[in-house]
Design a protein around this ligand. Structure first.
Ligand code: DC
Length: 229
């Protein structure tokens, strides 16, 4: 069967990775979480004291980018590929509110984007890939056969992220999660390099009032009609 590239972009916590994982599993495609790669570099910057609440040594981070190797390894127990930084599994460590608080600043650096976009294009070079992020349909795979742009209200997204963090055992306040979602939306869509925008040919899905099953059916229909084209 024909292999296509599926780009899923949208604001933070819109459930992009949930639907991307479901579709990749259904089609037997590779799933790539591009946000995890930006989070991995952010985690590296935090570990090396290049970023903290009151400073960000962006130049030093850029000078150290060559020390970073990001890889993905499929974990059959969870059913998707987990992210590794220099050989260490950081899948859990990069999902904290602290990493979320710094990641948009790191993702705004052109050198970081240049490096990761090249790696993402390489991961998708054989097609048969579902990648989620902010610039997948606009920059990474502008010729993707199917582009989806996910939206939902900020409150809905913050509530979902809050529930996820509480389930993990993190001690967080709803208001802090909402503020983080709103701040990331702003930085991600106002940065100079590859801001978050809907590609002209992307199909928008507002999932504020959709169940996971309804959302899956909707996207699968889009996939099937793209495969028939
Ligand atoms: O999808 P996520 O919330 O894990 O992404 C974390 C951050 O990484 C997000 O706030 C913006 C940035 N990002 C990006 O700039 N470009 C991408 N393709 C993916 C993520």
């Amino acid at each position: 069967m024909k292999q296509i590239t599926i780009a899923i972009d949208g604001f933070s916590s819109t459930g992009k990775s949930t639907i991307a994982k479901q579709i990749a599993k259904h089609l037997g495609y590779v799933y790539v979480d591009s946000g995890a790669m930006y989070r991995a570099i952010t985690y590296f910057a935090m570990q090396n004291n290049f970023i903290a609440k009151d400073f960000f040594k962006a130049d030093i981070l850029v000078a150290n980018l060559e020390r970073i190797t990001i890889s993905f390894k499929f974990n059959p127990n969870v059913g998707f590929a987990e992210v590794y930084l220099n050989g260490e599994n950081i899948e859990h460590a990069i999902r904290t509110l602290e990493v979320s608080g710094f990641v948009s600043k790191v993702a705004a650096i052109p050198e970081v984007r240049y490096l990761l976009v090249k790696q993402q294009q390489n991961l998708g070079k054989d097609k048969g890939v579902v990648m989620d992020g902010r610039d997948i349909g606009t920059v990474v795979f502008p010729y993707a056969e199917l582009k989806i742009f996910m939206t939902a209200s900020a409150d809905t997204r913050a509530q979902r992220r809050f529930d996820e963090l509480i389930k993990r055992g993190d001690k967080v306040q709803y208001q802090d999660v909402l503020t983080n979602v709103q701040e990331r939306d702003y930085i991600d869509s106002h940065r100079e390099d590859s801001p978050l925008v809907k590609a002209d040919d992307a199909i928008e899905i507002d999932n504020s009032h959709l169940t996971r099953a309804e959302q899956f059916d909707k996207v699968l229909q889009l996939v099937n009609s793209t495969l028939k084209e």
